[in-house]
Ligand binder design. Structure first.
Ligand code: GDP
Ligand code: MN
Length: 380
């Protein structure tokens, strides 16, 4: 689950991570009041669940009282990376002497938790990772030690980011607190960019990004109110209501699979054959043809989808029911992209018969289906 910067900063305060005070507002009127309360200059920041708000005009330092209202109105009128701005964070502006990047996250590839640091903060870390990967520093830590990380180790790492002794100590203390927050709230990411040295030489978190592990949320009823329904992916929510598990990805091959394990295997196989999945979609174990229609609708909404790969291994799910769902979809929806289908298991003959005469591209194995889809998808 993603949360907003202002909520992440509340969590920071709870764990003693030094950050700025601020007020979350939803109108320009409230922004003016908040700014009057804290005194100028202030920073007005769009609260949306994406990074790069600064570049998109969603973060503005305001020095003149008369500028607060128009600036707030302007930011409230923005749509950043597809997300309309509905809330603002108004916070006292900080003088920046130095900007650093610091985060802690689960590194799935390395199967560990790791601190990532970069002495050049403020800019997008993905850019730096591409242009100057040697500047990205790592400190792997044991997940079991997150609440009692050895301070000298943290200090050595902090010393690569900051020069002054007091800043190194403050940053190391902050890392220890980030580790606690990460562990106690079951985060998958705690990111501060920029972490700055302010005019008085203090280390302060100016931005805050926290990702919470959805699978651990049942253990944290206190975090549930942080969910912002307005900011959740509408298609993912709709799919959930319809009994589908759907997760959007970046590729161009729409996937429709029965069973989470098979869906994962399908995505792996697509990747293996050079393709790129556009989504994870598990239509579930039942065989309600209506679900198939909803699945098609969900997949087709994504303009990146160039081909759909249907991979059904019928057990409880009956292939003829899936076929009926596909026929209904072809009838009701405007399906302009090619469909590759592998349909085996319970009632496969009945299913295949129903689909005779359609334009579907058949495949006998997952390998064959993935290869065909990858070719159409046009990936490497
Ligand atoms: P992001 O672009 O979504 O990551 O939003 P940030 O919170 O990181 O803000 C973007 C940039 O705005 C930062 O990198 C800073 O350079 C600048 N900024 C944010 N807050 C302040 C502040 O209090 N004072 C000053 N001078 N600049 C700020
Ligand atoms: Mn930032």
């Amino acid at each position: 689950m993603k949360i907003h910067e202002y909520q992440a900063k509340e969590l920071f305060k709870e764990f003693g991570i030094v950050t700025t005070d601020g007020e979350a507002v939803s109108t320009a009127e409230e922004a003016v009041k908040a700014a009057e309360g804290m005194g100028l200059p202030v920073v007005i920041k769009a609260q949306v669940h994406v990074g790069g708000r600064g570049k998109a005009g969603g973060v503005k330092v305001v020095t003149e009282a008369a500028e607060v209202r128009p600036t707030a109105e302007k930011i409230l009128g923005l749509t950043i990376k597809g997300l309309p701005v509905r809330k603002l964070l108004v916070t006292p502006a900080v003088d920046i002497a130095k900007e650093v990047y610091l985060s802690i996250l689960v590194d799935r590839g390395a199967r560990t938790v790791v601190f990532i640091g970069c002495a050049d903060g403020g800019v997008e870390i993905e850019e730096t990772a591409k242009t100057a990967p040697e500047k990205i520093l790592r400190l792997e830590v044991k997940a079991s030690e997150l609440t009692r990380l050895p301070l000298d180790q943290l200090r050595d790492f902090a010393a690569k980011l900051f020069t002054g002794e007091s800043q190194v100590n403050e940053a190391a203390d902050m890392m220890a607190r980030m580790g606690k927050l990460f562990r106690e709230k079951d985060c998958s990411l705690v990111e501060i960019n920029p972490l700055v040295v302010d005019g008085a030489g203090k280390v302060v978190a100016l931005d805050a990004k926290v990702l919470l592990d959805d699978n651990a949320l049942p253990n944290h009823p206190e975090l549930e109110p942080l969910r912002d329904m307005d900011s959740e992916d509408e298609d993912e929510l709709k799919a959930k209501d319809a009994g589908l598990s759907f997760i959007r990805l970046d590729g161009d091959i729409g996937c429709m699979v029965n069973g989470a394990g098979l869906a994962m295997a399908t995505m792996d196989t697509i990747k293996h054959f050079g393709g790129d999945p556009a989504n994870f979609l598990d239509v579930g174990g039942s065989s309600d043809p209506k679900k198939v229609v909803t699945a098609f609708q969900t997949i087709l909404k994504d303009p990146n989808v160039k081909v759909i790969l249907i991979n059904i291994f019928g057990g409880i799910t009956r292939c003829d029911d899936i076929a009926k769902g596909i026929l209904a979809s072809l009838e009701q929806l405007d399906v302009a992209v090619p469909i590759v289908i592998r349909l085996i298991g319970t009632n496969q003959e009945e299913g295949r018969k129903l689909l005779e005469g359609t334009k579907l591209i058949g495949a006998n194995t997952l390998e064959e289906g993935a290869t065909k889809a990858a070719k159409i998808g046009g990936a490497a």
